[in-house]
Design a protein around this ligand. Structure first.
Ligand SMILES: [Zn+2]
Length: 176
C-alpha cells in the first residue's frame, strides 16, 4: 500500500514566520494542497504529522518555542485542514521529536494498513523530513520525496539533506 506523508503543515511554521517567509511559501502551500487533493481523489491513505510539544520541551534548546500541544500554533494550517475535511482515509500523528516514529503509533498504523511506500512532503527537509525518511528506510520501506514539496530551514541544509536522503539513505527524489 502507498501512503502520502504530509509532515508538519502547522500554523506556527507558516504564520509566525518562525523558519519561513510567509509570502514566499504561499505557492508551496498551493502545490502541497494540490498533491494532497490528488491522493484524496484516488482514495489514498494520507497521514499528517504534527509537532506536538509540552512547554519547556528540551527541543527548545535548539529552536525557538513552537507547536505547543493543543494551541492554535500546533494545529494544521487551514488550507490542509480544508482539503482533508471529512476524509475517512486521513490519519493524524502527533509527534514530540523530529522523527514521526518516535513515541508515536505510526508503526501500528503502517502494519494495519500494510503500507510499504511513502510519498513524502512537508517540512523541515533537513530536520523532521530527513529523520522520518531515515526511519522509513530503516524499516525496509520505500520513501519517495517530492523535492519541490519539501522546505528547508536554510538553502545549504536543504540541499545537503536531499543529497543525504538520496545518496546515503537510498530515498527516491522526484518532482510533483
Ligand atoms: Zn519541534
Amino acid at each position: 500500500m502507498k501512503a502520502l506523508l504530509a509532515i508538519d503543515y502547522q500554523n506556527d511554521f507558516f504564520n509566525r514566520e518562525l523558519f519561513f517567509d510567509k509570502d514566499k511559501n504561499m505557492k508551496f502551500i498551493e502545490r502541497s494542497v494540490k498533491k494532497i487533493k490528488e491522493f484524496r481523489e484516488k482514495n489514498g491513505i494520507i497521514i499528517t504529522t504534527q509537532d506536538w510539544h509540552r512547554k519547556n520541551d528540551v527541543e527548545f534548546h535548539q529552536w525557538p518555542e513552537h507547536c505547543i500541544k493543543d494551541t492554535y500554533g500546533s494545529e494544521l494550517i487551514p488550507e490542509v485542514k480544508e482539503v482533508l475535511e471529512n476524509y475517512s482515509n486521513h490519519i493524524e500523528i502527533k509527534k514530540k521529536r523530529y522523527s514521526a516514529f518516535y513515541g508515536s503509533d505510526l508503526d501500528e498504523i503502517i502494519k494495519k494498513n500494510e503500507i510499504s511506500t511513502f510519498y513524502v512532503i512537508g517540512l523541515v527537509s533537513n530536520v523532521c523530513v530527513l529523520f522520518t525518511v531515515e526511519d522509513i528506510i530503516n524499516r525496509g520501506m520505500k520513501a519517495i520525496v517530492y523535492e519541490d514539496l519539501v522546505l528547508g530551514s536554510d538553502e545549504f541544509l536543504h540541499k545537503y539533506s536531499l543529497i543525504q536522503m538520496e545518496k546515503v539513505l537510498g530515498a527516491e527524489l522526484t518532482y510533483a
